[in-house]
Design a protein around this ligand. Structure first.
Ligand SMILES: NC(=O)c1ccc[n+]([C@@H]2O[C@H](COP(=O)([O-])OP(=O)(O)OC[C@H]3O[C@@H](n4cnc5c(N)ncnc54)[C@H](O)[C@@H]3O)[C@@H](O)[C@H]2O)c1
Length: 361
């Protein structure tokens, strides 16, 4: 062995980021800063060049406002897509076609089933592994419980996801100094179309983090029915669902309370799983999972890192060829499940609204 090479650090993998908004600034860059022995941010692209430049300057990366320039940068091995939802599908496809080693796409990775099928075809054709930013599925607390729960998913009959959060901006400001943030307009809560959009947005933007977990416990996920769909002010939802074998409740409230809570629960007749996740923008280690079987309770965690860091570790392993990529079918089934719930939730709200209007006429 060549003695000089024995002391050289292993080659770090280069990261390029498309979209330098709050999720990049407040979530991914802090996670990547802790992994700088294996990953290096080399290129940041945003359609707003001044945002790209200021965010890139924080980490010593190149900046551009062009997708093609980032994809053509040979120092970029892994591409992270952190632009708004509607650009995800095209950017994932372009990154796969550019022959990159791995792609992280922020959730949701597509906005409809047709886009998802196109991504799946390109991923199969190019062999580029894709990770979707459903960070809770990479949380070491969840992963440790999964190792231990045996046949629990088949026995579960009730599932609950509860989220109470201050508005994102409050957390983002704790995490970093955000460079741009569009002003939000006051929604017209009397307009059912606005309520439907907010419900769809709540499912595709917030519940979507836990829907892969819910689906893990719902074998008949393709037979989902929405029983109740309520919007919660200023932003949130209460959605009750059922399949032939499961009862599911999704709750979220983003309000001005100070105490965040993000829990996932599943119950069978004699077993219960509860997972308390750390809030997204707070780098506070992993979730804690508590699994109770009869009278015996076992806890998993907290571990030293959260699901975002877990995603990046997974990407580094995939890009290095040290792990098998996740199946495209899982990603598509997760997305289809979320899209079906979002549409059925909006339809339920619409039907309830029409019934109320009819009753008051
Ligand atoms: N996993 C999580 O916890 C989490 C948290 C927040 C946001 N997100 C996701 O991340 C994505 C980005 O959200 P955000 O909060 O950063 O806010 P955002 O969508 O407002 O900001 C995104 C940035 O992308 C830039 N942009 C716009 N069009 C672009 C394009 N075509 N190519 C590249 N950049 C473009 C904008 O100028 C802006 O700076 C969203 O899809 C959101 O769902 C995930």
């Amino acid at each position: 062995m060549n003695l000089s090479s024995r002391h050289e650090p292993a080659r770090r993998l280069g990261v390029g980021i498309l979209g330098a908004g709050p999720v990049t600034q407040a979530i991914h860059l802090p996670a990547l800063a802790r992994l700088r022995n294996i990953l290096e941010v080399r290129h940041i692209m945003d359609v707003d060049e001044s945002v790209a430049e200021s965010v890139a300057a924080r980490v010593g990366a190149a900046a551009s406002n062009s997708l093609d320039a980032l994809l053509a940068d040979p120092r970029v091995d892994i591409v992270a897509i952190c632009s708004p939802h509607q650009f995800h599908a095209e950017q994932v496809i372009a990154a796969c076609k550019a022959g990159k080693k791995a792609v992280l796409c922020e959730k949701p990775f597509a906005m409809n089933a047709e886009e998802a099928a196109r991504i799946s075809a390109v991923s199969a054709e190019t062999g580029v592994p894709i990770v979707v930013g459903a960070m809770h599925t990479f949380d070491p607390g969840w992963l440790a419980a999964e190792q231990a729960w045996g046949d629990f998913p088949e026995q579960v009959h009730t599932i609950r996801s509860s989220i109470v959060l201050p508005p994102n901006a409050r957390f983002e400001d704790f995490a970093t100094e955000i460079i741009t943030r569009p002003a939000a307009a006051q929604p017209d809560y009397s307009d059912i179309e606005v309520i439907k959009d907010m419900l769809r947005g709540g499912i595709m933007g917030l519940a979507i983090h836990d829907l892969p977990l819910v689906r893990r416990f719902t074998p008949d996920f393709d037979q989902i029915e929405v029983l109740q769909a309520r919007h919660v002010r200023p932003f949130g939802y209460v959605v009750s669902l059922r399949t032939p074998s499961r009862t599911i409740e999704l709750r979220a409230a983003m309000n001005d309370t100070w105490k965040p809570e993000w829990s996932f629960e599943a119950f069978s007749d004699d077993e219960a799983l509860r997972i308390d996740f750390t809030p997204s923008y707070v780098q506070a280690g992993s979730a804690v999972a508590t699994f109770t079987r009869g009278t015996v309770t076992t806890s998993f965690g907290p571990y030293d890192h959260n699901g975002y860091e877990g995603e990046w570790r997974e990407l580094a392993a995939l890009a290095a060829g040290a792990k098998q990529p996740p199946s495209a079918k899982t990603l598509i089934d997760d997305l289809t499940f979320a899209l079906d719930i979002a549409e059925a939730t909006a339809a339920r709200a619409d039907a309830d609204h029409a019934a109320r209007e009819g009753a008051s006429a």
